[in-house]
Design a protein around this ligand. Sequence first.
Ligand code: PLP
Length: 221
Amino acid sequence: MNIAENIRRIRNEVPAKVEIVAVSKFHPAEMILEAYEAGQRIFGESRVQEFLLKQETLPQDIRWHFIGHLQTNKVKAIIGKTAMIESVDSLRLLELINKESEKTGVITDLLLQVHVAKEETKFGFYPEEIREIFNKGIYHSFRSLRIRGLMGMASNVDDEERIRSDFMTIHQLYDEIKNNQDLETKHFDCLSMGMSGDWRLAVDEGSNIVRIGSAIFGART
Ligand SMILES: *Cc1c(COP(=O)(O)O)cnc(C)c1O
């Protein structure tokens, strides 16, 4: 695996306005440094302990995106250390991240994870729950959060039309919120969709953040 070469190739293919999160979960610090030296600054991690170890030892200008399911008892440990938490999947978690951010005196940027894929993961809000957070004004109560947008995954299937339609569903929900004149959506500008196998489709369907792991670092063991 030539990590630097993979990053250059993908960077050349991805439109300039789309950010690339290099998903480094399960990979050692040396591999992250290789990517860093090739100019990559945003990395994605999915487990709290692993993230904290890497965050402490690697260059401090790395912007870390937390992308895994976050247990409520681990929230406190990561507050103030992430550039973005992409995988917020419950109201309980929103409340807790808000509370801990307030205590620490930081504003936490985050994305709401949307559940559209059939069968794949049990995590994520249903679109209707996300509409409620906005339309019922619940989002107003989180003074120490910036809800920056949505993160979603397509069904893990070979059927391209199905993948495309999942991405379209997420994009439509994103637009519906962003374009609602009654909502305060000044900071709502991130649509995170697409991984190694489907990022081209995701970008076609409006993604502006792609989360790419194995196409940069190789298979995870
Ligand atoms: C692991 C992971 C990725 C990266 O997956 P690849 O197929 O290796 O690119 C992206 N998003 C999330 C939420 C992940 O957990």
